[in-house]
Write a protein that binds this ligand. Structure first.
Ligand code: SF4
Length: 394
Protein backbone atom coordinates (compact mmCIF):
# COMPACT_ATOMS: atom_id res chain seq x y z
CA UNK A 1 0.00 0.00 0.00
CA UNK A 2 1.29 3.45 -0.82
CA UNK A 3 -0.12 6.86 0.00
CA UNK A 4 0.05 9.41 2.71
CA UNK A 5 -0.68 7.96 6.18
CA UNK A 6 -3.15 10.78 6.76
CA UNK A 7 -4.99 9.85 3.56
CA UNK A 8 -5.50 6.29 4.78
CA UNK A 9 -6.71 7.58 8.13
CA UNK A 10 -9.11 10.02 6.44
CA UNK A 11 -10.43 7.25 4.22
CA UNK A 12 -10.92 4.99 7.23
CA UNK A 13 -12.82 7.79 8.99
CA UNK A 14 -15.01 8.38 5.93
CA UNK A 15 -15.83 4.68 5.66
CA UNK A 16 -16.61 4.54 9.38
CA UNK A 17 -19.25 7.21 8.82
CA UNK A 18 -20.98 5.00 6.23
CA UNK A 19 -20.85 1.98 8.54
CA UNK A 20 -22.23 3.98 11.47
CA UNK A 21 -25.31 4.90 9.41
CA UNK A 22 -25.73 1.30 8.29
CA UNK A 23 -25.62 0.08 11.89
CA UNK A 24 -28.05 2.70 13.20
CA UNK A 25 -31.51 1.15 13.16
CA UNK A 26 -32.94 4.22 14.92
CA UNK A 27 -32.00 6.68 12.18
CA UNK A 28 -30.40 9.34 14.38
CA UNK A 29 -29.54 11.31 11.22
CA UNK A 30 -33.26 11.78 10.49
CA UNK A 31 -33.95 13.02 14.04
CA UNK A 32 -31.11 15.53 13.75
CA UNK A 33 -32.28 16.64 10.29
CA UNK A 34 -35.78 17.23 11.60
CA UNK A 35 -34.57 18.93 14.78
CA UNK A 36 -32.88 21.58 12.62
CA UNK A 37 -36.34 22.54 11.38
CA UNK A 38 -39.32 20.87 13.10
CA UNK A 39 -41.62 21.41 10.10
CA UNK A 40 -39.52 19.01 8.03
CA UNK A 41 -40.85 15.59 7.08
CA UNK A 42 -39.18 12.33 6.04
CA UNK A 43 -40.68 9.84 3.61
CA UNK A 44 -39.55 6.22 3.74
CA UNK A 45 -39.61 4.03 0.64
CA UNK A 46 -39.01 0.37 0.08
CA UNK A 47 -36.94 -1.32 -2.64
CA UNK A 48 -36.36 -0.98 -5.41
CA UNK A 49 -36.90 2.41 -6.97
CA UNK A 50 -38.88 5.55 -6.29
CA UNK A 51 -38.38 8.93 -8.00
CA UNK A 52 -36.71 10.56 -5.01
CA UNK A 53 -36.53 13.83 -6.91
CA UNK A 54 -40.25 14.46 -6.27
CA UNK A 55 -39.87 13.91 -2.52
CA UNK A 56 -36.78 16.11 -2.37
CA UNK A 57 -38.44 18.87 -4.39
CA UNK A 58 -41.28 18.86 -1.84
CA UNK A 59 -38.72 19.72 0.85
CA UNK A 60 -38.83 16.22 2.35
CA UNK A 61 -36.10 13.68 3.08
CA UNK A 62 -36.40 10.45 1.07
CA UNK A 63 -35.24 7.51 3.20
CA UNK A 64 -34.59 4.07 1.70
CA UNK A 65 -35.77 1.24 3.98
CA UNK A 66 -34.40 -2.30 3.76
CA UNK A 67 -35.22 -3.86 7.13
CA UNK A 68 -32.89 -4.56 10.01
CA UNK A 69 -30.41 -6.86 8.28
CA UNK A 70 -28.33 -9.02 10.59
CA UNK A 71 -28.78 -6.62 13.54
CA UNK A 72 -32.36 -7.54 14.22
CA UNK A 73 -33.96 -10.57 15.78
CA UNK A 74 -37.43 -10.91 14.31
CA UNK A 75 -40.12 -12.14 16.70
CA UNK A 76 -43.33 -10.15 16.19
CA UNK A 77 -42.84 -9.76 12.44
CA UNK A 78 -43.04 -13.53 11.92
CA UNK A 79 -46.65 -13.51 13.08
CA UNK A 80 -47.74 -11.38 10.13
CA UNK A 81 -46.56 -13.53 7.24
CA UNK A 82 -46.49 -17.16 6.30
CA UNK A 83 -43.14 -18.96 6.54
CA UNK A 84 -42.69 -19.40 2.78
CA UNK A 85 -42.01 -15.80 1.84
CA UNK A 86 -38.84 -13.72 2.02
CA UNK A 87 -37.51 -12.19 5.21
CA UNK A 88 -37.66 -8.47 4.39
CA UNK A 89 -41.33 -7.78 5.27
CA UNK A 90 -41.00 -9.49 8.66
CA UNK A 91 -38.06 -7.39 9.71
CA UNK A 92 -39.67 -4.21 8.39
CA UNK A 93 -42.79 -4.95 10.46
CA UNK A 94 -40.67 -5.70 13.53
CA UNK A 95 -39.01 -2.30 13.16
CA UNK A 96 -42.33 -0.51 12.62
CA UNK A 97 -43.81 -2.13 15.74
CA UNK A 98 -40.68 -1.35 17.77
CA UNK A 99 -40.87 2.34 16.85
CA UNK A 100 -37.68 2.46 14.75
CA UNK A 101 -39.59 4.42 12.09
CA UNK A 102 -41.01 6.98 14.54
CA UNK A 103 -39.34 9.88 12.72
CA UNK A 104 -40.65 8.80 9.33
CA UNK A 105 -43.86 10.57 8.34
CA UNK A 106 -44.97 8.45 5.42
CA UNK A 107 -44.11 5.32 3.45
CA UNK A 108 -44.07 4.52 -0.25
CA UNK A 109 -44.31 0.91 -1.40
CA UNK A 110 -43.18 0.59 -5.02
CA UNK A 111 -44.91 -2.15 -6.95
CA UNK A 112 -42.37 -4.94 -7.41
CA UNK A 113 -44.06 -8.06 -6.09
CA UNK A 114 -47.11 -9.29 -4.17
CA UNK A 115 -45.20 -9.27 -0.89
CA UNK A 116 -44.58 -5.53 -1.07
CA UNK A 117 -48.18 -4.95 -2.14
CA UNK A 118 -49.46 -6.80 0.93
CA UNK A 119 -46.93 -5.06 3.15
CA UNK A 120 -48.48 -1.70 2.26
CA UNK A 121 -51.83 -3.01 3.54
CA UNK A 122 -50.29 -4.33 6.74
CA UNK A 123 -48.66 -0.93 7.38
CA UNK A 124 -52.05 0.77 7.17
CA UNK A 125 -53.18 -1.46 10.01
CA UNK A 126 -50.12 -1.41 12.26
CA UNK A 127 -49.28 2.29 12.05
CA UNK A 128 -52.58 4.03 11.38
CA UNK A 129 -52.57 7.73 10.62
CA UNK A 130 -49.35 7.78 8.60
CA UNK A 131 -49.19 8.44 4.89
CA UNK A 132 -49.09 5.07 3.07
CA UNK A 133 -48.73 4.99 -0.70
CA UNK A 134 -48.62 2.01 -3.03
CA UNK A 135 -46.90 3.34 -6.14
CA UNK A 136 -47.70 1.51 -9.34
CA UNK A 137 -45.27 1.36 -12.27
CA UNK A 138 -45.98 0.71 -15.92
CA UNK A 139 -45.12 -2.63 -17.47
CA UNK A 140 -45.92 -1.28 -20.93
CA UNK A 141 -43.14 1.04 -22.11
CA UNK A 142 -44.93 2.86 -24.95
CA UNK A 143 -45.19 6.52 -24.07
CA UNK A 144 -48.85 6.67 -25.11
CA UNK A 145 -49.75 3.84 -22.71
CA UNK A 146 -47.22 3.34 -19.89
CA UNK A 147 -45.90 6.89 -20.12
CA UNK A 148 -49.33 8.49 -19.77
CA UNK A 149 -50.20 6.19 -16.90
CA UNK A 150 -46.94 6.74 -15.03
CA UNK A 151 -47.01 10.54 -15.49
CA UNK A 152 -50.42 10.55 -13.87
CA UNK A 153 -49.12 8.40 -10.97
CA UNK A 154 -46.29 10.86 -10.42
CA UNK A 155 -48.64 13.85 -10.44
CA UNK A 156 -50.82 12.09 -7.89
CA UNK A 157 -47.79 11.42 -5.69
CA UNK A 158 -46.77 15.07 -5.86
CA UNK A 159 -50.28 16.14 -4.92
CA UNK A 160 -50.37 13.72 -1.98
CA UNK A 161 -47.07 15.07 -0.67
CA UNK A 162 -48.49 18.61 -1.00
CA UNK A 163 -51.42 17.56 1.17
CA UNK A 164 -48.91 16.39 3.80
CA UNK A 165 -46.76 19.48 4.14
CA UNK A 166 -48.45 22.20 2.07
CA UNK A 167 -45.37 22.81 -0.09
CA UNK A 168 -46.30 23.42 -3.72
CA UNK A 169 -43.53 22.15 -6.01
CA UNK A 170 -42.67 24.30 -9.03
CA UNK A 171 -40.95 23.05 -12.22
CA UNK A 172 -37.91 24.98 -11.09
CA UNK A 173 -37.84 23.08 -7.73
CA UNK A 174 -38.18 19.75 -9.47
CA UNK A 175 -35.49 20.56 -12.01
CA UNK A 176 -33.17 21.56 -9.17
CA UNK A 177 -33.74 18.17 -7.49
CA UNK A 178 -33.20 16.34 -10.78
CA UNK A 179 -29.84 18.11 -11.19
CA UNK A 180 -28.77 17.02 -7.67
CA UNK A 181 -29.74 13.39 -8.29
CA UNK A 182 -28.07 13.44 -11.72
CA UNK A 183 -24.90 14.44 -9.93
CA UNK A 184 -25.45 11.70 -7.36
CA UNK A 185 -25.77 9.03 -10.08
CA UNK A 186 -22.65 10.35 -11.81
CA UNK A 187 -20.63 10.20 -8.59
CA UNK A 188 -21.85 6.68 -7.79
CA UNK A 189 -20.94 5.63 -11.29
CA UNK A 190 -17.46 7.15 -10.83
CA UNK A 191 -17.03 5.22 -7.58
CA UNK A 192 -18.28 2.06 -9.27
CA UNK A 193 -15.70 2.55 -12.05
CA UNK A 194 -12.92 2.82 -9.45
CA UNK A 195 -14.15 -0.33 -7.74
CA UNK A 196 -14.37 -2.24 -11.01
CA UNK A 197 -10.95 -1.10 -12.27
CA UNK A 198 -9.15 -1.44 -8.92
CA UNK A 199 -11.29 -3.56 -6.58
CA UNK A 200 -8.30 -3.93 -4.25
CA UNK A 201 -8.67 -0.25 -3.30
CA UNK A 202 -12.16 -0.53 -1.83
CA UNK A 203 -13.88 -3.72 -0.72
CA UNK A 204 -17.48 -4.32 -1.77
CA UNK A 205 -18.51 -4.22 1.90
CA UNK A 206 -17.07 -0.69 2.23
CA UNK A 207 -18.43 0.32 -1.18
CA UNK A 208 -21.82 -0.89 0.03
CA UNK A 209 -21.65 1.22 3.20
CA UNK A 210 -20.76 4.34 1.19
CA UNK A 211 -23.68 3.74 -1.19
CA UNK A 212 -26.09 2.91 1.61
CA UNK A 213 -25.41 6.25 3.31
CA UNK A 214 -27.25 7.81 0.39
CA UNK A 215 -30.42 6.03 1.45
CA UNK A 216 -30.50 7.96 4.73
CA UNK A 217 -28.67 11.25 4.42
CA UNK A 218 -29.73 14.11 2.14
CA UNK A 219 -28.61 14.01 -1.48
CA UNK A 220 -26.56 17.17 -0.88
CA UNK A 221 -24.69 15.46 2.00
CA UNK A 222 -24.29 12.25 0.04
CA UNK A 223 -22.81 14.07 -2.95
CA UNK A 224 -20.21 15.70 -0.67
CA UNK A 225 -19.51 12.36 0.97
CA UNK A 226 -19.02 10.59 -2.38
CA UNK A 227 -16.71 13.34 -3.63
CA UNK A 228 -14.58 12.99 -0.50
CA UNK A 229 -14.31 9.18 -0.77
CA UNK A 230 -13.50 9.37 -4.51
CA UNK A 231 -10.78 11.98 -3.90
CA UNK A 232 -9.20 9.91 -1.12
CA UNK A 233 -9.27 6.73 -3.21
CA UNK A 234 -7.49 8.64 -5.98
CA UNK A 235 -4.61 9.34 -3.59
CA UNK A 236 -3.83 5.78 -2.53
CA UNK A 237 -2.26 2.76 -4.21
CA UNK A 238 -2.67 -0.86 -3.10
CA UNK A 239 -1.39 -4.19 -4.42
CA UNK A 240 -3.94 -6.50 -6.10
CA UNK A 241 -4.46 -9.97 -4.65
CA UNK A 242 -4.86 -13.23 -6.55
CA UNK A 243 -8.66 -13.26 -6.75
CA UNK A 244 -11.20 -13.89 -9.48
CA UNK A 245 -13.60 -11.16 -10.61
CA UNK A 246 -17.29 -11.87 -10.12
CA UNK A 247 -20.64 -10.18 -10.61
CA UNK A 248 -23.42 -10.81 -8.09
CA UNK A 249 -27.01 -10.68 -9.27
CA UNK A 250 -30.44 -11.31 -7.73
CA UNK A 251 -29.96 -9.26 -4.53
CA UNK A 252 -31.84 -6.15 -5.63
CA UNK A 253 -34.47 -6.12 -2.87
CA UNK A 254 -33.80 -7.85 0.46
CA UNK A 255 -30.15 -7.11 1.10
CA UNK A 256 -27.56 -9.79 1.80
CA UNK A 257 -25.98 -9.79 5.26
CA UNK A 258 -22.68 -7.95 5.36
CA UNK A 259 -21.04 -11.11 6.71
CA UNK A 260 -21.96 -12.87 3.49
CA UNK A 261 -20.45 -10.17 1.27
CA UNK A 262 -17.24 -10.30 3.32
CA UNK A 263 -17.24 -14.11 3.14
CA UNK A 264 -17.45 -14.02 -0.67
CA UNK A 265 -14.59 -11.53 -0.82
CA UNK A 266 -12.47 -13.53 1.64
CA UNK A 267 -13.13 -16.73 -0.29
CA UNK A 268 -11.14 -15.43 -3.27
CA UNK A 269 -13.40 -13.04 -5.17
CA UNK A 270 -13.35 -9.41 -6.15
CA UNK A 271 -16.99 -8.42 -6.55
CA UNK A 272 -16.74 -5.99 -9.46
CA UNK A 273 -20.45 -5.32 -9.88
CA UNK A 274 -23.71 -6.25 -8.15
CA UNK A 275 -27.35 -5.26 -7.99
CA UNK A 276 -27.50 -4.49 -4.25
CA UNK A 277 -29.27 -1.16 -3.62
CA UNK A 278 -30.24 -1.07 -7.26
CA UNK A 279 -32.66 1.85 -6.81
CA UNK A 280 -29.84 4.41 -6.61
CA UNK A 281 -28.70 3.38 -10.09
CA UNK A 282 -32.09 2.48 -11.54
CA UNK A 283 -31.95 5.33 -14.05
CA UNK A 284 -28.88 5.10 -16.26
CA UNK A 285 -27.35 8.46 -17.15
CA UNK A 286 -28.69 11.96 -16.58
CA UNK A 287 -32.37 12.82 -16.63
CA UNK A 288 -32.71 15.67 -19.10
CA UNK A 289 -35.72 17.97 -19.12
CA UNK A 290 -36.03 18.87 -22.80
CA UNK A 291 -39.61 20.20 -22.81
CA UNK A 292 -39.64 22.32 -19.66
CA UNK A 293 -41.73 19.59 -18.04
CA UNK A 294 -39.56 17.88 -15.41
CA UNK A 295 -42.34 15.49 -14.39
CA UNK A 296 -42.50 14.22 -17.95
CA UNK A 297 -38.69 13.93 -17.96
CA UNK A 298 -38.87 11.70 -14.85
CA UNK A 299 -41.53 9.51 -16.46
CA UNK A 300 -39.58 9.25 -19.73
CA UNK A 301 -36.42 8.29 -17.84
CA UNK A 302 -38.28 5.39 -16.22
CA UNK A 303 -39.46 4.17 -19.61
CA UNK A 304 -36.28 4.69 -21.59
CA UNK A 305 -33.29 4.76 -19.22
CA UNK A 306 -34.00 2.10 -16.60
CA UNK A 307 -31.77 -0.89 -15.91
CA UNK A 308 -33.15 -4.34 -16.61
CA UNK A 309 -34.32 -6.06 -13.46
CA UNK A 310 -36.28 -9.15 -12.50
CA UNK A 311 -38.99 -6.93 -11.05
CA UNK A 312 -39.79 -5.49 -14.48
CA UNK A 313 -41.56 -7.29 -17.31
CA UNK A 314 -39.21 -8.12 -20.15
CA UNK A 315 -41.05 -9.25 -23.27
CA UNK A 316 -38.03 -10.03 -25.43
CA UNK A 317 -35.82 -11.94 -23.00
CA UNK A 318 -33.06 -9.34 -23.04
CA UNK A 319 -32.16 -9.60 -19.33
CA UNK A 320 -29.76 -12.47 -19.97
CA UNK A 321 -27.94 -10.53 -22.67
CA UNK A 322 -27.84 -7.49 -20.39
CA UNK A 323 -26.09 -9.60 -17.74
CA UNK A 324 -23.69 -11.06 -20.31
CA UNK A 325 -22.81 -7.53 -21.42
CA UNK A 326 -22.08 -6.59 -17.79
CA UNK A 327 -19.74 -9.59 -17.52
CA UNK A 328 -17.88 -8.37 -20.57
CA UNK A 329 -17.82 -4.74 -19.47
CA UNK A 330 -16.36 -5.59 -16.04
CA UNK A 331 -14.07 -8.34 -17.38
CA UNK A 332 -15.68 -10.69 -14.87
CA UNK A 333 -14.62 -14.34 -14.62
CA UNK A 334 -18.02 -15.50 -13.49
CA UNK A 335 -21.44 -14.76 -12.06
CA UNK A 336 -22.84 -15.54 -8.62
CA UNK A 337 -26.62 -15.84 -8.59
CA UNK A 338 -27.44 -14.82 -5.08
CA UNK A 339 -31.08 -14.19 -4.22
CA UNK A 340 -33.12 -14.01 -1.03
CA UNK A 341 -34.98 -17.22 -0.16
CA UNK A 342 -38.50 -17.20 -1.60
CA UNK A 343 -37.87 -14.09 -3.74
CA UNK A 344 -40.21 -14.84 -6.65
CA UNK A 345 -38.95 -12.17 -9.08
CA UNK A 346 -35.29 -13.18 -8.72
CA UNK A 347 -35.79 -16.94 -8.54
CA UNK A 348 -38.24 -17.14 -11.43
CA UNK A 349 -35.78 -15.35 -13.71
CA UNK A 350 -32.82 -17.44 -12.69
CA UNK A 351 -33.22 -20.46 -15.04
CA UNK A 352 -33.37 -18.22 -18.12
CA UNK A 353 -30.39 -16.16 -16.95
CA UNK A 354 -28.40 -19.33 -16.26
CA UNK A 355 -29.24 -20.61 -19.73
CA UNK A 356 -27.88 -17.39 -21.25
CA UNK A 357 -24.70 -17.66 -19.16
CA UNK A 358 -24.24 -21.23 -20.43
CA UNK A 359 -24.75 -20.05 -24.01
CA UNK A 360 -21.85 -17.60 -23.60
CA UNK A 361 -19.73 -20.10 -21.57
CA UNK A 362 -19.80 -17.82 -18.54
CA UNK A 363 -19.16 -19.74 -15.32
CA UNK A 364 -21.75 -19.38 -12.59
CA UNK A 365 -22.87 -20.67 -9.21
CA UNK A 366 -25.95 -19.94 -7.14
CA UNK A 367 -27.18 -19.86 -3.58
CA UNK A 368 -29.84 -18.20 -1.46
CA UNK A 369 -29.76 -16.18 1.73
CA UNK A 370 -31.90 -14.23 4.11
CA UNK A 371 -30.88 -10.90 5.56
CA UNK A 372 -29.99 -12.14 9.05
CA UNK A 373 -28.24 -15.32 8.02
CA UNK A 374 -25.40 -15.96 10.48
CA UNK A 375 -23.65 -19.08 9.17
CA UNK A 376 -21.47 -18.68 6.11
CA UNK A 377 -19.31 -21.81 6.14
CA UNK A 378 -21.19 -23.53 3.29
CA UNK A 379 -21.09 -20.36 1.18
CA UNK A 380 -17.38 -19.94 1.91
CA UNK A 381 -16.67 -23.46 0.67
CA UNK A 382 -18.85 -23.10 -2.42
CA UNK A 383 -17.38 -19.74 -3.41
CA UNK A 384 -13.83 -20.86 -2.57
CA UNK A 385 -14.22 -23.89 -4.83
CA UNK A 386 -15.68 -21.71 -7.60
CA UNK A 387 -12.77 -19.29 -7.32
CA UNK A 388 -10.13 -22.04 -7.27
CA UNK A 389 -11.67 -23.89 -10.20
CA UNK A 390 -11.62 -20.72 -12.31
CA UNK A 391 -8.04 -19.90 -11.32
CA UNK A 392 -6.86 -23.44 -12.05
CA UNK A 393 -8.81 -24.48 -15.12
CA UNK A 394 -10.66 -21.61 -16.80
S1 SF4 B 1 -37.15 -10.00 -1.59
FE1 SF4 B 1 -38.21 -10.55 -3.49
S2 SF4 B 1 -40.17 -11.44 -2.85
FE2 SF4 B 1 -39.32 -10.33 -1.08
S3 SF4 B 1 -40.25 -8.32 -1.14
FE3 SF4 B 1 -38.34 -8.21 -2.28
S4 SF4 B 1 -38.82 -8.63 -4.44
FE4 SF4 B 1 -40.57 -9.27 -3.17
Amino acid sequence: MTGNKNTFEELEEALKFGWSLLDDLNFQYISDWKNDNPSRQAIGYFPIYVPREIIHAAGMLPVGLFGGGSHLQVIKGDAYFQSYICHLPRSVIEMALDGNYADIDGFIFPSICDVIRNLSGVFKIIIPGKFIKYLDYPQNFDWGVGGEFYSLELWKLQQELFELNGIQVSSRDLNHSIILYNKNRRLISQLQNIRSATPWKISTADFYAVMRAGYVISVEDHNNYLENVITLLGQIECEPEDKIRVIITGSFCEQPPMGMIKTIENAGCYIVDDDFQLGAMWIVGDIIDVSNDPMQALARAYLEQRVLSSSVYDSDGSKGNFLARLVKKHKADGVIFCAPSFCDPALLDRPELEKTMDKYHIKHISFRYHENLGQFQVIKEQVGTFSDSIKLWA
